[in-house]
Design a protein. Structure first.
Length: 344
């Protein structure tokens, strides 16, 4: 309800009361009418003021309060409507429903009584023993083995014939075929490096076609004879020597057979004896007699002795023989060496 409507209602009520009161003759009513007249005048005055009243525009900072003229009846002051202030609407953040957390029942933990820890005694750390690392030694090639062995092979010349030999000791003992030095005159030995030495005969074993001669020195390259050496058919072998009294050569082949035979120089002897020979297809030529036959490991396995050239007027190729060597085969030579040197 506005202020104007309120004034109209009050004035209307006053007029009605006045009309009713004018018809009364009671003195009290007359006094009351006088008061109503005064009230009516006041209301008229207020009505005139309302006409000239303008609703004040509220200032941004202060609000003006209009105080009505003091009368016996309190004047209602119009209530000023404040300008609404835009307040940002806050979107309510949904509060997550609290999930009841089960509080675990605390079980009292029994704290063990501290155990006295013994003071550690410093034990000296043992120094580990270093295990030597196995070093892979490269396996020498066949060419390397043959190069090492060639210093043990010598050329033997006796004037009427020539052949080869192999050093058995660093002191100059040389093993060769008996038929190479059979004349025993002027035995000349040529080493691989070209040095020439005069040799002396130490011992012979004509039954096996073997002989031992000796040259001076104490540091010769040499090969050793091994016991319990097993040679198998098919093993690769190499024949070393000075064929045709020429330069040092190497021929190769295989062990074709292990056989027993009489040495060639004893074919017509009345007391001929068979011995163990290696048959090989390694080429053997005049001058190879007395030279070493070695296997692929560089081990001395035999002494090249002879070959078959023909059979029933037919040419034969690839059949040569080397006396199989072991200490038993050389035992007679070892026994005779000392006796021969003493008598001569």
């Amino acid at each position: 309800m506005t202020f104007r409507n309120l004034v109209i209602i009050v004035l209307s009520a006053a007029l009605v009361t006045q009309i009713v009161s004018c018809n009364s003759e009671n003195p009290e009513d007359i006094n009351q009418n006088i008061k109503l007249m005064e009230l009516q005048g006041t209301m008229v005055s207020l009505s005139e003021q309302y006409k000239n009243f303008k609703t004040p525009t509220p200032l941004p900072t202060s609000t003006t309060t209009y105080t009505p003229t003091a009368t016996s009846t309190p004047t209602q002051v119009p209530t000023q409507t404040p300008t609404p202030t835009l307040t940002p609407t806050q979107t309510p953040t949904p509060i997550p429903s609290s999930t009841p957390t089960l509080t675990p029942t605390l079980t009292p933990t029994v704290t063990p009584a501290p155990t006295s820890t013994p003071t550690p005694t410093t034990t000296p750390t043992p120094t580990p023993t270093l295990i030597p690392t196995a070093t892979n030694t490269p396996t020498p090639t066949t060419a390397q083995r043959l190069h090492y062995i060639k210093g043990s092979v010598v050329k033997i010349e006796t004037g009427s014939s020539s052949g080869s030999g192999v050093l058995l000791a660093k002191t100059g003992e040389i093993l060769t075929n008996y038929h190479v030095i059979e004349n025993r005159t002027n035995i000349k030995v040529t080493l691989h490096g070209g040095q020439t030495e005069t040799a002396i005969l130490l011992a012979t074993d004509s039954s096996r076609d073997l002989a031992i001669i000796d040259i001076s020195g104490d540091s010769h390259s040499h090969l050793t004879i091994q016991d319990n050496l097993t040679s198998e058919v098919g093993d690769i072998v190499y024949a070393l020597g000075y064929p045709l009294s020429s330069n040092y050569t190497v021929t190769s082949g295989v062990i074709s057979a292990i056989t027993k035979r009489v040495p060639t120089i004893n074919r017509h002897a009345w007391n001929k004896t068979e011995h163990n020979f290696i048959q090989t297809d390694a080429p053997l030529n005049p001058g190879n007699s007395g030279g070493p036959l070695i296997n692929y490991e560089g081990t001395l396995v035999g002494i090249n002795t002879s070959r078959i050239e023909d059979h029933n007027n037919r040419i034969v190729v690839g059949i040569g023989f080397a006396l199989l060597l072991d200490n038993e085969q050389l035992s007679d030579l070892y026994k005779r060496c000392k006796c021969l040197s003493e008598t001569e």
